[in-house]
Design a binder for this molecule. Structure first.
Ligand code: DLZ
Length: 158
């Protein structure tokens, strides 16, 4: 799933022209906070860059990625056009990583099916902290930036 093969993250002019009226919800896990802060910052600055109004960007924090599901559900009810779920799950010594990754991806998928406000998945699922650093403003870019572009695109479809 390497994004350098087919990243598809350029915005068309139609989407850009609608951004100023769009409302965005950022739901940010504070587990591995240095990483998620960088992802959030990348997303936030990208939304502003394409014309989003600061007043139209809401943010809530949740303790860990597992709580992103509930946080996103609440955010879907707060009159936003699209939600970005931001988290960083790093593999440890046990199976916990697998349970959290599976729960979060399934939970957010379910919310996308059940509710009409789309949720973009900006959750790193890494084997070590270096992989997370590389993807939150390091040598592999910032997945928060890519997620903001995806959010604008899916909101413009809506
Ligand atoms: C408990 C836990 C662990 C071990 N690792 C992570 C992680 O790498 N990334 C993350 O976002 N959250 C982690 N958590 C916290 C869980 O997501 C959750 O907050 C707790 O299990 C409480 O429900």
């Amino acid at each position: 799933m390497a994004t350098y093969i087919n990243n598809n993250f350029d915005l068309g002019s139609d989407a850009i022209s609608e951004v100023h009226a769009m409302k965005f919800g950022l739901v940010v896990s504070t587990w591995n906070k240095d990483i998620t802060d960088n992802l959030c910052d990348g997303a936030y600055k990208t939304l502003l860059k394409y014309g989003a109004k600061d007043a139209n960007i809401k943010k809530i924090e949740v303790p860990g990625s597992f709580e992103l599901i509930y946080g996103c559900k609440k955010m879907q009810n707060r009159e936003v056009d699209v939600v970005i779920a931001i988290g960083c799950i790093i593999k440890g010594e046990t199976d916990h990583y697998n349970y959290i990754c599976e729960s979060v991806s399934n939970g957010i998928s379910q919310l996308n099916i059940i509710n009409d406000v789309p949720i973009v998945f900006c959750v790193l699922t890494d084997h070590n902290i270096q992989q997370s650093i590389n993807r939150s403003g390091g040598k592999h870019g910032n997945k928060g930036v890519e997620s903001a572009v995806a959010a604008i695109k899916i909101a413009s479809i809506k």
